[in-house]
Design a protein. Structure first.
Length: 317
């Protein structure tokens, strides 16, 4: 008998620097209601869903930076979202900037959480693959300072059982989708659905790349990883022009076959939905990517032993 989970990707349009966190939460609540009223049981919001994508600005004052972070979750601003989800019996994924105290040291992460339909936080993830740079690049059209404002995540790629233990759920954030190791580690834990939020600029600060190609690479990454691990992926953008800086949309729900089941057509607040058959992933994992039968980890040592590429030495002197 097939197992089904109807899900929604709740894409958000721009959140400007002057916009409050409360106003962002109000928009998310509107979309959660829409999804719940349509029968969805799980909603995926974007990365850094409470604020503008602040790593695009250089800030030297730590107090100015910290206003974008949450010291607790749920926070006073997000509590209404948690309460509504509990009322509607809908789980959700939420990305935000996390500030935490650890042994007398203040730490900052690009974080996401999985929240159950009872409003309880089930799992937390901290972004591992931080893109961009840590130094100010005055010649660049904008900054991408995730390496300055966040630490590399320290929780790994875990999975959790949700919805009465019936669904094995994973999560990751934005640039993680480009790295196959992200999904393979979760795939080796039997993941059935991965929630993924992102904020991706339409421009690349290092080299010119047309926007259509950036969207193509986004879809390629999500579709390939869904297929190669036999998992559903719900990928949700924050999109549009934030204070004049473009971010693409293309939020998608991708099946374990690698096919796009639903895709956003705008760069504004938009809810896309799909009734996901979890047994489809079981078929892919058993008949195509049967890890236990076909993987040969003894030949993959370089993946964990080496970070950068090292070509072999020249054979000619």
């Amino acid at each position: 008998m097939s197992r089904r989970l109807k899900v929604a990707a709740a894409q958000m349009g721009p959140i400007h620097l002057a916009d409050s966190k409360a106003s962002a939460v109000k928009r998310m609540m509107t979309m959660l209601r829409q999804a719940a009223d349509a029968g969805c049981r799980f909603v995926v919001f974007p990365e850094l869903a409470l604020t503008t994508f602040f790593p695009r600005w250089w800030m030297a004052d730590q107090a100015e930076i910290d206003r974008f972070f949450e010291a607790q979750m749920p926070s006073p601003e997000t509590m209404p979202l948690f309460e509504l989800a509990r009322e509607k019996k809908v789980g959700f994924y939420l990305g935000y900037a996390e500030l935490t105290e650890d042994g007398g040291r203040t730490r900052r992460f690009n974080t996401s959480i999985l929240v159950g339909p009872d409003g309880r936080i089930i799992g937390k993830y901290r972004k591992v693959h931080l893109p961009g740079h840590s130094d100010h690049l005055p010649q660049a059209p904008f900054q991408h300072l995730e390496k300055r404002y966040f630490e590399v995540g320290d929780l790994g790629f875990n999975v959790w059982r949700m919805f009465d233990e019936d669904v094995v759920m994973g999560q990751c954030i934005c640039n993680d989708r480009r790295w196959p190791e992200t999904f393979r580690v979760m795939g080796l834990q039997g993941v059935e659905m991965v929630a993924l939020g992102y904020n991706t600029p339409t421009d690349n600060i290092y080299f010119h790349e047309p926007p259509y190609r950036r969207v193509f690479h986004h879809l390629l990454s999500v579709q390939a990883n869904a297929y190669q691990n036999g998992t559903w992926i719900v990928a949700t953008a924050k999109a549009g022009k934030e204070d004049g800086f473009g971010m693409y949309g293309a939020s998608v729900i991708v099946a374990p076959t690698g096919e796009i089941a639903a895709q956003a057509m705008s760069e504004a607040d938009e809810v896309i939905m799909f009734d996901c058959d979890l047994s489809l992933g079981e078929s892919i994992r058993q008949n195509v990517f049967n890890f236990a039968r076909h993987r040969r980890p003894e030949h993959y040592r370089l993946i964990t032993e080496r970070a950068g590429a090292e070509p072999p030495p020249p054979t000619r002197k």
